[in-house]
Design a protein around this ligand. Structure first.
Ligand code: OFO
Length: 168
């Protein structure tokens, strides 16, 4: 059993992971609208991964005998200035999520809640990957600047992303 405070915090994180999925879906729609079908595919898979992150939290909350409480999702941003601006927003969002996971882990450690601490380590590792991936794509956009050929190739490359193996 986890504390009431931890239950609230885990449910808030569940909401953030669902919002991440919603945000990446909005970005997918932006890329579809701008004919970047490869990057749209990348975003689709990213949205699916975020849903998996949410599902893992959902299952954990139930497994420890606690209660899932779903909350409203905020409306995600609709428009961005450029494809590069989208990935800068992805990078900033992932940094925000990393901080949120770190705060959750701090709470679990304070409460000597070893089960939740161990569970959260998967998310700590995942966030290292997520931030690194987003930062690398921002660097790619910086390298190609406004080159149409570069954008074409990057769209193709990102479209080759494959779905991650299920972890739930
Ligand atoms: Fe993007 O890692 Fe979950 O939110």
């Amino acid at each position: 059993m986890i504390s009431e405070k931890m239950q609230v915090a885990l449910n808030e994180q569940l909401n953030k992971e669902l919002f991440s999925s919603y945000l990446y879906m909005a970005m997918e729609a932006y890329f579809e609208d701008n004919n970047f079908t490869g990057i749209a595919r990348w975003m689709e898979l990213q949205a699916e991964e975020e849903h998996i992150h949410a599902s893992k939290l959902y299952s954990f909350i139930i497994k420890v005998g606690s209660r899932v409480k779903l909350q409203s999702l905020a409306e995600p941003q609709f428009e961005w200035d450029s494809p590069k601006a989208v990935f800068q927003a992805v990078y900033e969002h992932e940094q925000f999520i990393s901080k949120s996971i770190n705060d959750l882990l701090d709470l679990a450690i304070d409460e000597r809640d070893h089960a939740t601490s161990t569970f959260l380590h998967w998310y700590v590792d995942e966030q290292v990957e997520e931030e690194a991936n987003a930062a690398e794509i921002v660097r790619n956009f910086e390298m190609i600047e406004d080159s149409k050929g570069g954008l074409f190739l990057l769209d193709r490359e990102l479209g080759n992303r494959v779905a991650a193996a299920p972890t739930v």
